[in-house]
Write a protein that binds this ligand. Structure first.
Ligand SMILES: *Cc1c(COP(=O)(O)O)cnc(C)c1O
Length: 470
């Protein structure tokens, strides 16, 4: 086979041609390369608003906003224009060596306006993972500057997701990630997640009491490690990749109280929850915490171009600025002018279209009502939403809440029915999750829900015909 295709080729290939070239050269993230090569990738070729088109011409409702990021939907001209203009004017310059560019300055200024009180500074990265690498560097630098260099340990949670670099994957609590490559790196330790359903909906314990108990695991860990050795606690306001796990309302206030009591820094990883997803600009506002650092990425540009970073609260900023001298850390693309120009256009669009208010006042409650109805479905053991994200826990026995054997991969089965019927919904084990674009209309939410219901019914029938369900 002749593998030297002209690089200028512009005519579309067939799906089979795309798949062959993909299998031959492209190692996808979080993928069994060999298995995918056999099966062939799905090729997405276009998108508009909340709908994708694949190389076969199928139209698919994207209830995952790409990968939790396309909050303003696809095809927004303001973002496209901002990128085009900036590419023409100044496609790149760095922010090292006492220099920077107007979009980076303006974005820093605008972020300070939309952030919770006390956040006046930002450090830019190229992604959420890099943002969390910055968090580790910054947290440890902060304690050095306080004359407490022994405060090195960062506590995070099992089944949390904080990215895929060495630090990001270490902070994260995905055991299957730790199993490859000798993670976590030293000085990172984990506690159990506030997952009411996973913990068996403990009898005699209300959700609220469970929330306090789960927060108490942080205090236990602090005492175990030694309070003078703990630097910070990091968590997602709502765990995203872990399965859209919405903690009981009592959880975060109790975490805040514990962090305050022991003087440790609180880091809110808002790579998913930031920029309106939970119905406030940041998830910490929904959960009622006052973090010291906020990691962001994804929704800051609605995924149109990579950008991430860390919002730095007063306490840490003051130390770094007034006592710190040079901070020996940064990325070539820290404050990339094109990425910052797109972020500016994206945030202004969110403001103009009042998307945060819309999620808070209208779409969030509307989705919550619909999920309450879905919880009556025979396969659904728990239905949760927060703003415009939601989870459906699939169970074998609704009354007891007992699930399917993991090796049956019922979640993947359901996901297959979704794909087959023009809906992107993700499976985390047997938990089906959504995080649709914030620009949806109520009619589009209805359309999405009709598809979800259809796919649940198809999954139910499928399970019955396989004899996996009575
Ligand atoms: C996606 C994600 C990250 C990692 O971001 P990347 O841009 O993929 O590096 C970190 N934290 C959370 C909460 C995320 O959802």
């Amino acid at each position: 086979m002749n593998t030297t295709r002209p690089t200028t080729r512009t005519t579309a290939r067939t799906t089979q041609e795309w798949q062959a070239a993909d299998a031959a050269h492209f190692l996808h993230p979080f993928t069994d390369f060999q298995a995918l090569a056999k099966k062939g990738s799905r090729i997405i070729t276009r998108a508009d608003n909340i709908y994708l088109t694949d190389s076969e011409g199928a139209r698919i409702l994207d209830a995952m906003s790409g990968l939790w990021c396309v909050n303003v939907g696809y095809g927004q001209q303001a973002l496209i224009d901002a990128a085009t203009r900036q590419l023409q004017e100044l496609p790149f310059y760095n922010s090292f060596f006492q220099t920077t560019t107007p979009p980076a300055i303006e974005l820093a200024e605008l972020l300070a306006q939309v952030s919770p009180p006390g956040f006046q500074h930002v450090f830019f990265s190229g992604s959420g993972s890099e943002g969390n690498d910055t968090v580790v560097r910054m947290v440890r630098r902060y304690w050095d500057l306080q004359g407490q260099p022994d405060r090195q340990v960062i506590i995070s949670r099992w089944n949390g997701y904080h990215g895929s670099t060495m630090a990001g994957a270490s902070l994260g609590g995905m055991a299957y990630m730790h199993a490859q490559g000798g993670l976590p790196i030293p000085g990172i330790t984990h506690i159990e997640q506030p997952h009411w359903f996973l913990h068996g909906r403990p009898k005699g314990l209300s959700r609220e009491d469970f929330g306090k108990q789960a927060a108490g695991w942080l205090e236990q860990k602090i005492l175990e490690v030694g309070p003078d050795k703990v630097a910070a606690f990091i968590g997602e306001p709502v765990q995203g990749a872990g399965g859209v796990i919405v903690p009981p309302e009592t959880y975060w206030p109790e975490i805040q109280r514990i962090c305050d009591q022991y003087g440790i820094l609180l880091v809110s990883d808002e790579v998913i929850c930031g920029f309106g997803r939970t119905g406030r600009w940041f998830g910490c506002e929904t959960m009622g915490t006052r973090p010291d650092l906020i990691t962001f990425a994804k929704g800051v540009t609605s995924g149109y171009i990579p950008l991430g970073g860390v919002l730095v609260g007063e306490r840490v900023a003051k130390a770094l600025i007034e006592q710190g001298g040079e901070f020996e850390h940064g990325y070539t693309y820290s404050g990339h002018p094109v990425a910052c120009a797109v972020a500016l256009a994206n945030i202004r669009l969110i403001q103009e279209q009042k998307l945060v208010e819309r999620v808070h006042d209208d779409l969030g409650p509307y989705l919550a009502d619909a999920f309450r109805e879905l919880s009556a479905h025979p396969l659904v053991g728990e239905a949760q939403t927060c703003g415009l994200m939601g989870a459906l826990q699939l169970v074998k026995d609704k009354a007891s809440g007992s699930g399917f054997a993991p090796e049956l991969e019922v979640g993947m089965l359901c996901r297959g029915h979704c794909f087959g019927n023009g809906l992107i919904m993700r499976a985390v084990g047997d938990r089906m999750i959504i995080a649709p674009p914030l620009v949806m209309t109520r009619a589009q939410i209805d359309e999405m829900l009709a598809l979800i219901r259809l796919c649940l019914d198809l999954t139910l029938a499928d399970l019955q015909s396989r004899g996996w369900l009575a």
